[in-house]
Design a protein around this ligand. Structure first.
Ligand code: MV4
Length: 447
């Protein structure tokens, strides 16, 4: 087992990783920018290293600074968290080239899944159902028009190096295709420095359902159920839940077997998530995330496992201590992402935290680095806390979640807590009948 782990991240996930390390008897090294010197994870870590000024490119994205910090402190592993360098294959390779363990998948699989075309090709070959579309990049408009005719409109043009919705364009007919094709390539080139695009049948009212996977280095692979992440605003997840209100146990078992077999054949290592669109009873693979996700706690609350502990154990070469038959998915969990934002305009609201009171009680968890007197910096993502609630049923979970939201006090800044208080009282949410467009409609952002 590792002696010392460097946590190459900040905020709530850095604290989350620190906690798992301490419970395994592992010393922790926190890295931070000058803006995060007073952050909770820095205060609690056994050691800390300032890696640069506030801009992420000079600190949390600074590969050399982070690896230097690991070498100087004698860390034998690095956990990247999510975001920043967590899906950067070059970073994973550099870490391993320095004889330091990267707590995550292999650099090869990170690179493979980072190219959405390669990821789809791999999944098709592994027997995972995908959205009908092009077999590879679409390099000219004529090909796009031919494929549009074959697939049938509407179609979606997507960036191979994309994800998170950037560079996506819908074409409802052949006459719209040229503008959509050129627009998608231009935006992909501008956003990712890679203007390679592909085409898919556009699904108009899907849910976003993702399967949590864990694989060790001894050939064992398990799935830990699914998460429904359909409630999104501008491609930012707002609330996630497990299990999905739309799935029954037969569908879960069927899809679970498909994804486990696929990752076994792939020889995957560590944690990973396969993202699907789910529409009219059918699953369609769209992307794979080769990192721990923000919303991993809803899976932890339902399966009773500490996913970061499992990641660390797997990275140290230990076999998983359980098989698929041992996995028990119990009850229901919902996570509300709490952002330092104006709950109406979503304008960032950094600043000094005045009074701070977190909810408690059975089945209530708050993952956050906030404390009274902490100053939320303006430089980074606005998510400052996650409220995760578990109940034996979805209704019990909802009752508990509303109660917990009403207890939660964050003074000094604005947060999205009022949005969650309204959302969890909306009948359509309570009924669980929502797709990926519902939240923006409910918020009046789209018709
Ligand atoms: C799609 C789609 C409909 N049809 N692909 C959005 C970002 C990336 N994760 C993939 N996304 C989508 N791909 C096809 N063929 C709709 C979306 C999409 C979406 C997906 C999941 C959650 C929220 C979304 C919001 C807008 C569009």
């Amino acid at each position: 087992m590792f002696e010392k782990v460097l946590i190459a991240n900040r905020g709530e996930i850095a604290l989350r990783i620190h906690r798992a390390c301490k419970e395994l008897g592992i010393h922790t090294v926190a890295v931070h920018s000058t803006a995060d010197a007073d952050a909770m994870h820095v205060r609690l870590a056994d050691e800390s290293v300032c890696i640069g000024p506030p801009p992420a490119r000079d600190s949390y994205l600074n590969k050399a600074a982070i690896i230097s910090a690991a070498v100087i402190t004698g860390a034998d592993a690095i956990h990247p968290g999510y975001g920043f360098l967590s899906e950067n294959a070059d970073f994973a390779r550099m870490v391993e080239d320095h004889g330091i363990a990267f707590i995550g998948p292999t650099p090869e699989h990170i690179a493979m899944m980072g190219d959405k075309i390669e990821a789809k090709r791999a999944m098709i070959s592994l027997g995972v159902p995908c959205v009908p579309g092009s077999d590879g990049p679409v390099t000219d408009l004529e090909t796009a028009l031919k494929l549009g005719k074959e697939i049938g409109y509407p179609v979606l043009i997507k960036a191979a190096g994309g994800g998170g919705g950037k560079g996506m364009r819908v074409a409802n007919s052949a006459s719209e295709l040229e503008e959509a094709y050129r627009g998608a390539r231009a935006e992909a080139g501008a956003n990712f420095g890679n203007d390679v695009v592909y085409i898919e049948k556009y699904l108009g009212h899907p849910r976003h359902i993702e399967f949590q996977m864990l694989a060790d280095t001894h050939g064992n692979v398990v799935h830990l159920g699914e998460r429904d992440c359909s409630l999104q605003r501008k491609h930012q997840k707002v609330l996630e839940e497990s299990p999905s209100p739309a799935l029954n146990s037969a569908q879960r078992e069927k899809m679970g077997k498909i994804v486990v077999d696929a990752l076994k054949k792939l020889g995957y290592r560590n944690a990973g998530t396969l993202e699907f669109l789910y529409q009219d009873g059918e699953f369609y693979f769209i992307e794979m995330n080769t990192r721990l996700q923000v919303e991993h706690p809803v899976t932890e609350m339902v399966c009773g496992l500490d996913l970061v502990r499992e990641q660390i154990r797997i990275a140290s070469g230990a076999p998983m201590a359980f098989t698929q038959e041992d996995v028990r998915l119990q009850g229901h969990a919902i996570e509300c992402r709490v952002n330092a934002e104006n709950p109406e305009t979503f304008a960032p609201s950094p600043g000094l935290i005045a009074e701070y009171h977190t909810p408690g009680g059975l089945g209530v968890r708050v993952d956050s680095g906030l404390y009274s007197g902490y100053r939320v910096p303006p430089h980074y993502d606005s998510m400052v806390a996650k409220l995760i609630v578990h109940g034996t049923s979805r209704n019990e979970c909802l009752m508990r979640l509303r109660r917990a939201l009403d207890e939660y006090v964050v003074g000094g800044i604005q947060t999205t807590l009022p949005l969650h208080r309204r959302l969890t009282r909306s009948q359509e949410f309570i009924d669980g009948n929502y797709d990926i467009h519902w939240l923006e409609r409910w918020m009046g952002l789209k018709k």
